[in-house]
Design a protein around this ligand. Structure first.
Ligand SMILES: O=C(O)C1=C[C@@H](OP(=O)(O)O)[C@@H](O)[C@H](O)C1
Ligand SMILES: C=C(OP(=O)(O)O)C(=O)O
Length: 411
């Protein structure tokens, strides 16, 4: 499905959007619920990635296709490795077969897991023969993806002797590791992160019956931050359900978007975003996004829409996500007239004074390409190709845009 986007009317009435649960929190809690069935969950994400996680955890099949879902692939690799007597092959989309998993597989093998590669060494699909894991100490590289670390932490307390992870090198996407640990703590699982070492104690008693509520997705909120940033002073959008003390690192948006003249207020489980001031055209946005990689595309596009330059660093993980997001940003911003210089871990955008019209944005099977570019409809008429990709994390994205006044037409 390709769409055209237009936003001809200035948003003036109070607008409210309810966003689905965080897919990161949901995918962790779904694994924990499979291990500790006493837990009930509320506001679980309705994203494709969480749907596929739920399907896989219930599946009796020996071949499970997790499509594009990175966390699902990584978390299930650890989960199934420790399920004694269960054999499965985990496969995924063409892109998933290019997303590396060797660091996690090596760590699990060091712990005694039985995993083999079905096609290419280091990449899905993988065949797992579940075993009782009794070793508990392992070292792994920490600068490629935090998902490998979270995957191990999620199963840590179900292992006979728990887990002691030594993290080698600079640790990337740290808030996601802290989110995992926080959820373990909520279940009274003893886990500690000190320096380069994380320990998880085995859980010997049952987890108490309890209901955990997933906060709405902050990465999804980023697109509304961008919409408000690109709108006139006075624009207000309220989003729910959000908390001031979030487990999600992308809640740093509230701080970052102050630089774009957007103020955030927290009240009654909602955030209100308000454009309070225009940003001077000579502002250069400089950010290290090593701990919030998923909002890099949103921020780069906000800068472009406002004609601002930016210097974004800490982006090395973008190359192995749903697509090579650095190359994709360079190509698509380039089509609109943006001048972008990328390295393996940085993106520099030069300030621009014009935006080309009627450009067709390619999305490369990446939900965040579609959603990050959509706010530019406030600046120019544009087309988004393969717009259905948004369902990976936010299936109602286009209908929510319509609700706040965007004209979305299938073409
Ligand atoms: O653990 C998680 O839920 C995630 C961790 C991050 O991945 P990396 O650690 O690979 O950067 C993030 O980009 C992804 O969308 C979700
Ligand atoms: C990188 C992402 O997801 P995953 O790695 O789970 O596919 C994302 O949602 O931006």
């Amino acid at each position: 499905m390709n769409i055209t986007l237009e936003q001809s009317e200035i948003i003036q009435k109070p607008l409210h959007v309810t966003i689905t649960g965080s897919k990161s929190e949901s995918n962790r809690l779904l694994v924990l619920q499979a291990l500790f069935p006493n837990i009930a969950l509320e506001n679980v994400s309705n994203s494709d990635d969480s749907d596929v996680m739920q399907m896989a955890l219930k599946s009796e099949e020996t071949l499970i296709d997790i499509h594009h879902a990175g966390t699902t692939m990584r978390f299930l690799t650890a989960y199934f490795s420790s399920r004694e007597g269960k054999s499965v092959t985990l496969t995924g989309s063409k892109r998933m077969k290019e997303r590396p998993i060797k660091i996690l597989v090596d760590a699990l093998r060091d712990l005694g897991a039985d995993i083999s590669y079905v096609e290419n060494e280091g990449f899905p699909p993988i065949k797992i023969s579940g075993k009782a894991i009794t070793k508990n100490e392992v070292t792994l590289k920490a600068n490629v993806s935090s998902q490998y670390i979270s995957a191990l932490l999620l199963i840590g307390s179900s292992l006979k002797h728990g887990l002691k992870l030594t993290l080698d090198g600079e640790i990337t996407s740290v808030p996601y590791i802290k989110m995992t640990l926080n959820l373990l703590h909520q279940l009274h699982i003893d886990a500690e992160f000190k320096g380069q070492t994380i320990t998880v104690q085995p859980k010997t008693e049952a987890v108490a019956q309890q209901t955990l509520t997933v906060e709405s997705d902050w990465s999804s909120a980023s697109y509304f931050y961008s919409i408000v940033a690109l709108s006139p002073v006075g624009t207000v959008i309220t989003l729910s359900s959000y908390k001031e003390t979030s487990l999600q690192g992308d809640s740093v948006l509230a701080k970052i978007y102050k630089q774009f003249g957007v103020e955030t207020t927290f009240k009654d489980n909602a955030i209100t975003l308000q454009k309070v001031s225009d940003v001077s055209k000579d502002t250069l946005i400089i950010l290290d996004l090593i701990h919030a990689p998923d909002i890099a595309q949103t921020i780069a596009v906000s800068c472009f829409g406002l004609g601002l330059g930016c210097d974004l660093s800490g982006l090395h993980t973008l190359k192995i996500k749903e697509t090579d997001r650095l190359e994709a940003l360079k190509t698509e911003l380039g089509k609109l007239g943006g001048e972008v210089i990328v390295t393996d871990k940085t993106l520099k955008l030069l300030p621009s004074t014009q935006i080309h019209e009627n450009v067709a944005i390619d999305t490369y099977n990446d939900h965040r390409m579609a959603m990050a570019f959509a706010p530019l409809a406030l600046c120019t008429k544009l087309r988004v190709n393969d717009a259905e990709v948004v369902s990976k994390s936010y299936p109602e994205f286009w209908s929510d845009l319509e609700q706040i006044g965007f004209k979305v037409k299938k073409v």
